[in-house]
Ligand binder design. Structure first.
Ligand code: CA
Length: 235
């Protein structure tokens, strides 16, 4: 049998941590609970989890500080982090993503939503083949030939728009902040204004034509590629 994925829950409220742990255990995960950053760090020193559920508001070091610390450490940098935030804290979400969180989930959340998000971050971190064809909705991108088609019809994209679309399609439904897109598409060491991202997103939408609606603006957070827009369009 496959080993259950180990999930580290960093949460100072015992009732919430307990509820999450019970649900995770019930669904084939192996949860461990840490009430603050110091305990979490001790857990991580002993054994690395497969994913971390990280509460934003913690006594001592905040979730934001911890996310940044673990992202900056070679040993822990590849562990997916799912941030738990309070309702409506939009700036928090952006800061969380910028600090290196893979996703965030707003309290209160349903068990189904939590499980879906955890499974998604675990999937994203599994290695991908270099030459691949990605398909989202009717949109198809071939990394080997650099071709993009929409329901079989070829689309013409500039090199930056291609890279941008490739990144968005690799992680459909996920929200990417502008600075994350700069990092992933333009590279870490380039100094470019975040507004540049908006310009290329606009060009990308134009190049995609009817599929342009799939590239959604998420207010206060960034951009995401969603197949749901294409479905709405089609219906
Ligand atoms: Ca808390």
């Amino acid at each position: 049998m496959k080993k259950p994925p180990r999930i580290l829950i960093v949460e100072d409220e015992p009732a919430i941590a307990e509820l999450i742990a019970v649900n995770l255990r019930h669904n084939g995960f192996a949860p461990t609970w840490a009430e603050d950053g110091a305990v979490a760090q001790r857990e991580m020193d002993t054994a690395l989890p497969d994913a971390i559920l990280l509460d934003w508001m913690l006594p001592g070091q905040s979730g934001l500080v911890l996310a940044r610390k673990w992202r900056g450490d070679a040993r822990t940098k590849d562990i997916p982090i799912l941030m738990l935030t309070a309702r409506g804290d939009e700036p928090d979400k952006v800061a969380g993503l910028d600090a290196g969180a893979d996703d965030y989930i707003t309290k209160p959340f349903s068990t189904q939503e939590l499980l879906a998000r955890i499974r998604a971050v675990l999937r994203r971190r599994s290695p991908e083949p270099a030459d691949e064809t990605i398909e989202v909705g009717g949109l198809r991108l071939d990394s080997a030939t650099h071709r993009v088609t929409w329901h079989g019809r070829a689309l013409k994209l500039g090199p930056t728009e291609f890279k941008l679309l490739q990144h968005l399609m690799k992680y459909p439904e996920r929200v990417h902040s502008r600075s994350q897109l700069l990092d992933k598409v333009w590279g870490d060491h380039v100094f470019i204004e975040e507004r540049t991202v908006d310009v290329h997103v606009k060009r990308l939408r134009e190049s995609l034509g009817p599929a342009g609606a799939m590239v959604e603006t998420v207010r206060g957070a960034g951009y995401r590629l969603t197949a749901q827009a294409a479905e709405r369009e089609a219906s």
